[in-house]
Write a protein that binds this ligand. Structure first.
Ligand SMILES: [Zn+2]
Ligand SMILES: [Zn+2]
Length: 212
């Protein structure tokens, strides 16, 4: 079993909306990586990563709660917590691991800025060339904004990727859009049915049972 670790990252959506990825914090802040990817040198040096004499490479912590603490920092409040499998060469330290290749298994989206559990992503004002940052939001705070479903994020990331929130993610993020629509349709059908029954009553239908 490859080692498991936890880290924080910013969820990203490609400009054309066809790919999702993650932007690192600190040294990895200029690089967007996929859910299965190799580390690249954060300084742009031409060597495999990690390398001797350079501090680049993927990093993760052993504990989810330590990663969670990092999201308290103001500039990391929109970051998500990744659970990753460490692949390839790695060095184990007291608090974490530095390594060459990783597979993101779970993306945990923290609460909306209002404190309610996130229900979807929205695009933020920040990004990198070709990539836009996303952040978790509840439906109420995102009223009028274009939502990017959490399940869609997971689907584009890779079929092994799970997205979770502090509240369980509902099977369909579209429920919020679909429910009012269904309710409206049901009301319409009910109204037609009432009309229909009224008409039948006018025509004395159903007939009273015949007397023998
Ligand atoms: Zn390097
Ligand atoms: Zn909110």
């Amino acid at each position: 079993m490859p080692p498991t670790g936890y880290k924080v990252a910013f969820p990203m959506l490609s400009g054309d909306g066809s790919r999702t990825g993650f932007r690192g914090v600190s040294l990895g802040g200029r690089i967007v990586y996929g859910a299965l990817d190799d580390a690249r040198c954060g300084y742009g040096r031409r060597h495999g990563s990690p390398a001797r004499g350079c501090d680049c490479g993927f990093y993760c912590l052993h504990s989810a709660s330590e990663a969670q603490e990092l999201t308290c920092a103001t500039d990391c409040r929109d970051a998500v917590i990744l659970q990753v499998s460490v692949l390839g060469a790695y060095t184990r330290y007291e608090r974490g691991i530095r390594y060459a290749r990783q597979r993101v298994r779970n993306v945990r989206v923290g609460p909306c800025r209002c404190g309610h559990p996130a229900q979807a992503f929205v695009r933020t004002e920040t990004g990198l060339p070709g990539w836009r940052s996303l952040r978790g939001t509840c439906a109420a705070c995102a009223a009028g904004l274009r939502l990017f479903p959490l399940t869609e994020f997971a689907r584009l990331a890779g079929d092994w990727v799970n997205v979770t929130t502090d509240a369980p993610v509902r099977p369909a993020d579209r429920r919020d859009e679909v429910l009012p629509q269904l309710a409206a349709e049901a009301a319409l059908i009910q109204a037609r049915l009432d009309q229909f029954q009224e008409r039948l009553a006018e025509l004395n239908w159903p007939p009273a049972p015949e007397e023998k």
